[in-house]
Design a protein around this ligand. Structure first.
Ligand SMILES: *Cc1c(COP(=O)(O)O)cnc(C)c1O
Length: 458
């Protein structure tokens, strides 16, 4: 018999989770007004709300917590982080921040001004938020193939060079301080960017005198896909691939809650001293002194260890194969999901799942509700609730795709949990024809409504 693949870790510490019954879940969901953000986490059996800050640290990371240096200035933990970033990304300077959006806030305070244009591949929502807050605009130059949910393409996160060139040609160069490439592209479903694309975008960006920023939350997952899918990289180590990726960039922002496998943290990495010096001023104002910036010494230590572990092939292989394992089960049952599956999550196409529910009745949120009722699984809506209302007309904005994201936390669940999730999704799929009505809104906030919205069944 051929030996199957198995997780390349064993478990040293466990956290108990509780199963519930359908009656309890019905009651809790009613009390939460059909919004899973309002559920107590104890009422959730398997939590797939996000992969951000929800990973399990290793024994080595926990041991690093004990030897953190909490000195205000010049702490060994700071020096360790500086050396780690130099070794992995090749950047001489960095600033610690409390999380990814804080890194954006500090860096964009230097680089972005009113009227600027920031092209990229589907900017992440906080990134876009920090651009728009400064009255600048984000222009999406992702390749068209990314928007076809079932088209198989190895690098759906890629930037379309002709779209990018057009933005440069139609605007004066002072208006475009930088291009942002998000690796992997979260907004389009955790899709990777190829090395060739990074190389070409970098050359074009520099030709027009702009900087290249890599929004790096899932940089290691991106490197894994390059190794697996791009010609010439199969024999290279993840660390070599990462080093090359960052040789094309000028600056990076990092949410360490993803591929650094810590619960909180972030940083900015710089190639140029001058930009680092300008950003330092804002870091001191918003985050803390340049040697800790919103992080404790022990957290910086765990973060460094996390970066080394996340760039090991075995870790990445275990992680991404787990996501694929779940995807394969769902595909075999005919459940409509986005393809190919990305690194950190599976996206269910809710319009194809529930073709009879009208778009006014929050199709994707209806599926989120059914998944919770079926198995105590908490997923998240990426559809009309998230798209919010048009700020002018106050009408609902209906996105092309109504998605439900099942984000898989790092090193947290076993493949038995994946089997359980697959069974629950398939059970809802079996009874999908009986579900003809969705939800209506009772109460909502003027912006970012999805966090606090209150709903009722139709
Ligand atoms: C999570 C994330 C951010 C923001 O980071 P936080 O740590 O949540 O503040 C920015 N960009 C990308 C691509 C992300 O995934």
């Amino acid at each position: 018999m051929e030996l199957p693949f198995a997780e390349l870790y064993k478990i040293k510490m466990v956290e108990t989770i509780k199963q519930s019954n359908c009656e309890q879940r019905k009651k809790w969901l009613r009390e939460a007004h059909y919004n899973v953000f309002n559920l107590r986490s104890e009422y959730v059996f398997i939590d797939l709300l996000t992969d951000s800050g929800t990973g399990a640290m290793s024994d080595k990371q926990w041991s690093q917590m004990m030897v953190g240096d909490e000195s205000y200035a010049g702490a060994t933990s700071y020096i360790k982080m500086k050396e780690t970033i130099k070794e992995l990304f090749g950047f001489n300077d960095f600033l610690p921040t409390h999380q990814g959006r804080a890194a954006e806030n500090v860096l964009f305070s230097v680089l972005v001004k009113e009227g600027d244009i920031i092209p990229g591949n589907s900017h992440f929502d906080t990134t876009k938020g920090h651009i728009e807050f400064r009255k600048a605009s984000a222009v999406d130059c992702t390749i068209n193939q990314a928007f076809d949910s079932t088209l198989i393409h190895p690098f759906k996160g890629n930037v379309d060079l002709s779209k990018l060139k057009k933005v440069f040609d139609e605007n004066s160069p002072e208006k475009i301080p930088m291009v942002i490439i998000t690796v992997t592209n979260n907004t389009s479903g955790g899709q990777p960017v190829s090395m060739q694309n990074l190389r070409e975008v970098s050359a074009l960006t520099h030709q027009y005198g702009a900087k290249l920023l890599l929004d790096s939350a899932r940089f290691a997952e991106n490197a894994y896909f390059i190794k697996k899918r791009e010609e010439g990289y199969a024999e290279k180590s993840i660390k070599e691939i990462v080093k090359e990726m960052y040789s094309y960039a000028d600056v990076m922002t990092m949410s360490s809650k993803k591929d650094a496998i810590v619960n909180m943290g972030g940083f900015i990495g710089f190639k140029e001293r001058e930009l680092y010096e300008k950003a330092s001023v804002y870091n001191i104002m918003f985050e803390g002194f340049v040697t800790y910036g919103g992080m404790s010494g022990r957290d910086m230590n765990a973060l460094c260890q996390g970066l080394y572990e996340a760039t090991e092939f075995d870790y990445l292989d275990t992680r991404i194969r787990q996501v694929e394992y779940l995807a394969d089960k769902l595909l075999a049952y005919g459940v409509p999901i986005l393809q190919p599956t990305g690194g950190h999550a599976i996206f269910i196409d809710a319009k194809k799942f529930f073709p009879k529910i009208p778009k006014e009745e929050y199709i994707a949120q209806t599926l989120v509700v059914e998944l919770y009722l079926e198995g105590g699984i908490r997923a998240v809506e990426v559809g009309t609730l998230l798209a919010d209302r048009d700020p002018e007309t106050r009408e609902n904005r209906y996105p092309t795709l109504e998605l439900v994201r099942l984000a898989i936390p790092r090193r947290v669940y076993t493949n038995s949990h994946m089997d359980y999730i697959a069974a629950a999704v398939c059970n809802v799929f079996d009874r999908r024809k009986k579900i003809k009505r969705g939800l209506m809104i009772l109460k909502e906030a003027p912006i970012m409504r999805h966090f606090t919205v209150e709903l009722e069944r139709m």
